[in-house]
Design a protein around this ligand. Structure first.
Ligand code: SF4
Length: 361
């Protein structure tokens, strides 16, 4: 139950932080190649790689990436194609593009030195609140909580928090509670052990489908374990009426003519946006990239995602903009180039029309 509704306090902050730090130092993971460093570049790189990717996979990529790009300067100077090539196989290629852009911003705007506080770190491309907190806590001992998917699971169980985390209000509330659980006055290295402890607990003990409460260091404080229902947390979003779905829209643009044009294909006769014209649609970024000739994928520009509600679905549209020579881009496709000035005359889904009207130059 949520704290506000239940009228009860948090589990003892001192108890939770102390138990977690002690456990991490005794039994947590150690020896991973990105541990034991205060180098923000290495921490940042590992945090980005670990998003949506297993540790075992990252263990292969991290040393290779670091060998080629040993610091933020070498990464910033590298051609985008080379960065993408080294990332190849890790998936979620927007992470690699953001990584590259972030390195360039750090060099251009911060003299090649990462900001030290989480608030400023969050202003950099691709660095969200949890990644910023991890860098600030690991490298500078900032008293701030991470809250990635694993940690959300641990804390919702610990607190029996049943807010709907697909909603911003519940996310904010859980983040506030996470902050309140931090060690009150962390000693040297305490924030490193605490942050690592949260990660380790989520990854190795409080796992998604088989939490091992019997060997959990915070079991005495855990409300879900006490109630015998850890698997009820976090609240499953499938209880929502609308299904969430992500689409990647490949926006192929020809700027070689005086008036720009985009490539449009007709949607199937059944389903969402049936019969309308649309950019090519894919279920993932890597699928979209796989349809392009080699060498073009590194030039893709990921635009800001757009949310779009349908009757039974919440669509999240991820536009991927690619400017280039028209023939190689569309070879083998069925569709047509349409001048931007003529779009008024073409049947387009509303969010796509809006998107195409606001394309960056
Ligand atoms: Fe997760 Fe069980 Fe530990 Fe609670 S006691 S945090 S449910 S592993």
């Amino acid at each position: 139950m949520r704290r506000a509704e239940a009228g009860v306090g948090l589990p003892s902050r001192v108890g939770f932080a102390t138990l977690l730090i002690h456990w991490q130092r005794q039994a947590g993971r150690s020896g991973l190649p990105w541990q034991g460093t205060r180098d923000p570049y290495r921490v940042w790189l590992s945090e980005v790689m670990l998003q949506q990717t297993q540790v075992s996979t990252v263990l292969n990529y991290f040393p290779r990436f670091l060998a080629r790009f040993p610091n933020v300067g070498t990464l910033a100077e590298a051609p985008a194609d080379e960065v993408m090539a080294l990332w190849s196989g890790l998936g979620y290629y927007s992470r690699a593009r953001n990584l590259h852009r972030c390195a360039q911003v750090v060099v251009a705007e911060h003299s090649g030195v990462f900001p030290t506080d989480a608030k400023t770190l969050q202003t950099l491309p691709g660095i969200g609140a949890s990644t910023a907190a991890a860098i600030a806590a690991f490298c500078h001992g900032e008293r701030i909580s991470i809250l990635d998917g694993n940690v959300r699971r641990v804390l919702t169980r610990l607190l029996a928090f049943d807010g709907n985390l697909s909603q911003a209000g519940a996310q904010r509330e859980l983040w506030t509670l996470a902050q309140e659980l931090l060690p009150a006055k962390p000693g040297p290295d305490d924030m490193t052990a605490y942050t690592q402890g949260l990660m380790d607990l989520g990854a190795t003990v409080c796992t998604r489908s088989r939490p091992q409460c019997d060997r959990c260091p915070v079991r005495p404080l855990c409300r879900a374990a006490k109630a015998g229902n850890p698997l009820d947390y976090p609240l499953k979003t499938r209880t929502l009426k609308r299904r969430h779905e992500s689409w990647w829209l490949l926006v192929l643009r020809d700027k070689t003519l005086a008036g720009q044009r985009v490539w449009l294909e007709r949607r199937p006769a059944r389903g969402i946006w049936a019969g309308l014209f649309c950019t090519p649609v894919y279920e993932s970024e890597s699928l979209a990239c796989s349809t392009l000739p080699p060498g073009l994928t590194g030039q893709i520009q990921a635009l800001a995602p757009v949310a779009h509600s349908l009757t039974h679905r919440e669509l999240r549209l991820h536009p991927l903009l690619l400017d280039g020579q028209p023939d190689p881009m569309v070879e083998g496709r069925e569709g047509q180039w349409v001048a931007l000035a003529m779009l008024e005359q073409v049947g387009l889904p509303a969010p796509l029309r809006q998107l195409l009207a606001q394309l960056p130059n």
